[in-house]
Design a protein around this ligand. Structure first.
Ligand SMILES: NC(=O)c1ccc[n+]([C@@H]2O[C@H](COP(=O)([O-])OP(=O)(O)OC[C@H]3O[C@@H](n4cnc5c(N)ncnc54)[C@H](OP(=O)(O)O)[C@@H]3O)[C@@H](O)[C@H]2O)c1
Length: 290
């Protein structure tokens, strides 16, 4: 009896191993099928880069867009070393043809886009006394039209696949025109109001629009800014953004104190706002900027 039981043990073990192997294979296949795909513009630097790293750490596969191919390739190698699929998509968001190509390539490669993060953006000073329309045009083309071109490609794709999330990085600076940054503020105000106006209708189609409005974040964009109250690191910002995206927030504003101050500025009477802002030193453009 004992001898017979001993004889059957290897057979049981073989079945056990086959069962475990099949279970593991099916589990890995399901995980692969369920992998979420994120498309990120501005992925070569700052908040976009930190979000790409945070999403990869959470198992997302990544389509990474920006103009600098080298930076994107480095990021792709990093992410792939951790076993996550990633694709570099060199793309200038001010060119609708390049945006179309990037979104189509992402769709062809991964089959779908579950989450799009539109982080590509630039910041430039605006001088009131030396106002130059072409400087404002540059801001508008990147920060606002760049998002519009992405929406034009992403919305039909998400409608076709039955849903998705599009999150754009606006700014607390969109709450009110800050002297010296009027052009930048105008683009971010435009972006936030654009998303406000589109959100309700798209929600009925299963597409979630999210407006992200950060205060100061330490990135290459803000390297020369000097004093930045309540500034956060790009990594902390990315973690917070992802947490709030998962929680289902539609407008993500942070940090709390600057967010409250900017809300107050927004409802402040013009007379008081003008009184405060008149005290600011006017922006003078350098010779090469004008
Ligand atoms: N840092 C802050 O304090 C702060 C606060 C509020 C909001 N934001 C917003 O957050 C977003 C990211 O800013 P950041 O601080 O991370 O700045 P950043 O480090 O300078 O990154 C900007 C990103 O945008 C990309 N980009 C710029 N122009 C582009 C174009 N024409 N086509 C494609 N990609 C373009 C850049 O990549 P390439 O140069 O490789 O193209 C880069 O990856 C921006 O929209 C910014 O306005 C920043």
């Amino acid at each position: 009896m004992l001898a017979g039981g001993f004889y059957y043990l290897p057979v049981y073990q073989a079945f056990l191993w086959i069962f475990l192997g099949t279970f593991l294979k099916v589990f890995l296949q399901i995980r692969q099928v369920m992998k979420q795909i994120a498309f990120i513009t501005g992925a070569s630097s700052g908040i976009g880069l930190a979000l790409a790293q945070e999403l990869a750490a959470n198992g997302y596969e990544l389509a990474l867009a920006a103009r600098r191919q080298e930076q994107l390739s480095l990021l792709v190698s990093d992410v792939e070393r951790a076993g996550i699929r990633a694709l570099a998509l060199p793309c200038d968001v001010t060119d609708p043809v390049q945006v179309k190509h990037a979104v189509t390539s992402a769709k062809d490669h991964f089959g779908r886009i579950d989450l799009a993060i539109l982080s590509a953006g630039i910041s430039e000073a605006t001088s009131a006394t030396q106002f130059i329309a072409s400087r404002f045009e540059r801001l508008l083309r990147t920060n606002l039209l760049g998002v519009a071109y992405c929406l034009e490609e992403l919305l039909p794709l998400m409608q076709q696949q039955g849903g998705g999330t599009i999150a754009a990085i606006s700014s607390l600076a969109g709450d009110r025109g800050i002297p010296g940054s009027a052009g930048y503020c105008a683009t971010k105000a435009g972006l936030s109001t654009l998303f406000d106006g589109l959100r309700g209708e798209l929600r009925q189609q299963g597409i979630r629009l999210v407006t992200i409005e950060p205060g100061y974040v330490r990135t290459p964009m803000t390297e020369s800014f000097g004093n930045m109250p309540f500034a956060m690191s790009a990594e902390d910002s990315a973690r917070l953004i992802l947490e709030r995206l998962v929680a289902g927030d539609r407008v993500i504003r942070f940090p709390l104190m600057p967010s409250l101050v900017m809300k107050l500025m927004r409802i402040m009477p013009v007379s008081l706002f003008d009184l405060i802002t008149a005290k600011r030193r006017p922006v003078r453009l350098k010779a090469e900027e004008s």
